[in-house]
Write a protein that binds this ligand. Structure first.
Ligand code: GLC
Ligand code: CA
Length: 562
């Protein structure tokens, strides 16, 4: 067992990823928008954190209809972010500190301002026409397709050529036609361009959408809720990813992670098993809807926050990767609200519960992803007004509700908990003007709690979340069991305590987490006597007697069984 796993050791399996949403990380020139130079100014901070890989959200030329996910030139940097020289300097600075960089690949769509689309829409005979999906209006109205950003649907009429074009996301994000071999070649050459610059891998944005049934059959509206399975994950998806691997990934020593919306655990190995030669890892969304209203995911419902459900999700996904492929562990990204607001308690126990969540993240099997700002316990901003939002997702749905006379107030209340804007507010560096993020007017409001929650204060306080995260990262790095060890869930029905073991090469480690505002007791299902406490988010040592561990609210403890 040991040697088998040892053979499969890979740098990327040991990665500790930190996600940077550059717009909100650090502004260097006072225009209110975070940029590459801003990141460069914080390289020492990143190094000290101990993370080993950065996932950088899109920095490519873009009119920012969807904050960089609408790319108008894949081989250039958007001026707001800086220049290609800045990018190269960033990469050099990261590499000099032993940190790798993976960039975002927006595969399914471009911006409507991309040269390909400008050409494509100009005439039906243009050589780029086939780069996108067009439906001639003389064939009637195209079969309904759901759009993630427009209630009106995913086909937009373009009078210039009397045709409709397809966009699963915004109207300014037309879907590329991956069935066109020239499009695929262009995309592979773009990927090689970045790898040849030295980037260490990719996060594949919305990749399940690239293959779709381009006969566009009529699909019953009842499938809208399961739209990814009916509108995406098309017949050629695996062919395209295998081709991408053959043409690009296999030629470099890189890390790949796919945004696996709509992929069930049963399908995961089809993408990640080593012999499939597709991707190394992907990340699922099965815990993203924890605490959401099951009928309408735009609304929260705290009664759906059952700890046993969360355990089931993580355990099920761990089991997928027991012997092949490799998993991913995360709580939030730029597409979901703040970690501590959703999974912890962001008022009374903000500090304790943040530390607990990091204890989980960094002792669980699968590559941990830390989202910027979580390391200081930033929480949801909870905007009251639609004017405060910049996210097309929230704005368009609000407009739709207003236009159809529905309840916008209830929607805004719900957005306070679920909106992606909550995770996108600028990093709170210190308690000077604008939290030290910018000298100008920030592009998105800064959380007014920056006087109490900021990096400078966290640095000064040895008991801060930040210091704990550094300790927890160091522990993971020093403990191969936490990376490679088997995972086993304990007490699966317990609604307060999440406990599991990690075992590897005769070493057994147990993580015990009290996910509640009350004290709780955990009874081990096996005999434990002699233990070493590896980490504890409270300053008092945990008390263990007769196989029982007493835990304070949101207490997290990792013990090594001797
Ligand atoms: C992914 C991105 C998200 C974006 C969408 C469209 O889900 O993470 O931010 O809106 O793709 O590209
Ligand atoms: Ca700037």
């Amino acid at each position: 067992m040991y040697s088998k796993i040892k053979e499969k050791k890979e740098w990327w399996k040991e990665a500790i990823v930190y996600q940077i949403y550059p717009r909100s990380f650090k502004d260097s020139n006072g225009d209110g928008i975070g940029d590459i130079k801003g990141i460069i100014s914080k390289l020492d901070y990143l190094e000290k954190l101990g993370i080993t890989v950065i996932w950088l959200n899109p920095i490519f030329s873009s009119p920012n209809d969807d904050m960089g996910y609408d790319v108008s030139d894949y081989k250039n940097i958007m001026p707001e972010m800086g220049t290609m020289e800045d990018f190269e300097e960033l990469l050099k600075g990261l590499h000099a500190r032993g940190i790798k960089l993976i960039v975002d690949l927006v595969l399914n769509h471009t911006s409507d301002e991309h040269e390909w689309f400008k050409q494509s829409r100009s005439s039906r005979n243009n050589v780029y026409r086939n780069y996108y999906h067009w439906w001639p209006a003389e064939n009637g109205v195209p079969p309904k397709r759901f759009s993630l950003f427009h209630e009106e649907g995913a086909w937009t009429y373009d009078a210039l050529t009397n045709s409709y074009y397809l966009h699963y996301f915004s109207r300014k994000q037309p879907d590329l036609n991956w069935d066109n071999a020239t499009v695929r070649k262009e995309m592979y050459s773009m990927m090689r361009f970045w790898l040849d610059k030295g980037v260490n891998g990719f996060r594949l944005d919305a990749f399940t959408f690239i293959s779709k049934d381009t006969n566009f059959p009529i699909i019953s509206e009842k499938y809208e809720s399961d739209f990814i399975n009916y509108y995406a994950s098309g017949p050629l998806l695996h062919n395209y990813i295998q081709e991408m691997n053959l043409e690009v990934f296999s030629k470099y020593d890189i890390m790949t992670v796919g945004e696996a919306s709509g992929i069930a655990p049963e399908q995961a190995l089809l993408f990640t098993a080593a012999e499939r030669k597709e991707l190394q890892t992907l990340y699922h969304f099965d815990h993203a809807n924890w605490g959401r209203d099951k009928n309408n995911l735009y609304y929260p419902d705290a009664t759906n926050r059952k700890l046993s459900d969360l355990k089931k999700v993580f355990t099920k996904w761990n089991d997928v990767f027991k012997t092949d492929g490799w998993g991913t562990t995360y709580f939030t990204t730029h597409d979901q609200s703040r970690m501590v607001s959703r999974f912890g308690n962001d008022t009374v126990y903000r500090k304790e519960s943040s530390k607990l969540l990091f204890t989980f993240l960094l002792s669980m099997r699968g590559i941990p992803y830390i989202y910027q700002g979580d390391e200081i316990g930033m929480n949801n901003i909870r905007f009251d007004n639609i004017e405060d939002y910049r996210d097309i997702h929230t704005i368009n749905y609000y407009k739709h509700l207003a236009a159809t006379g529905q309840n916008t107030e209830a929607f805004i209340n719900a957005q306070k908990e679920v909106s992606r804007e909550n995770s996108r507010t600028p990093i709170q560096w210190n308690n000077s003007l604008n939290a030290g993020f910018t000298n100008g007017t920030p592009w998105l409001k800064i959380n007014p709690n920056y006087n109490e929650i900021n990096v400078a204060l966290a640095e000064e306080n040895p008991d801060s979340i930040l210091h704990y995260v550094r300790k927890m990262i160091a522990l993971r790095k020093a403990t191969p069991t936490l990376v490679y060890g088997d995972y086993e869930l304990l007490a699966e029905e317990d609604e307060k305590i999440f406990a599991f073991t990690r075992s590897f090469d005769n070493e057994k480690i147990v993580t015990v987490l009290n996910f509640s505002d009350e004290k709780n007791e955990f009874i081990f299902p096996f005999n434990i006597n002699n233990v070493t406490e590896l980490i504890n988010n409270y300053n008092t040592t945990s008390t263990l007697s007769n196989n029982r561990l007493c835990l304070q609210p949101w207490q997290a403890v990792i013990l090594k069984l001797n």
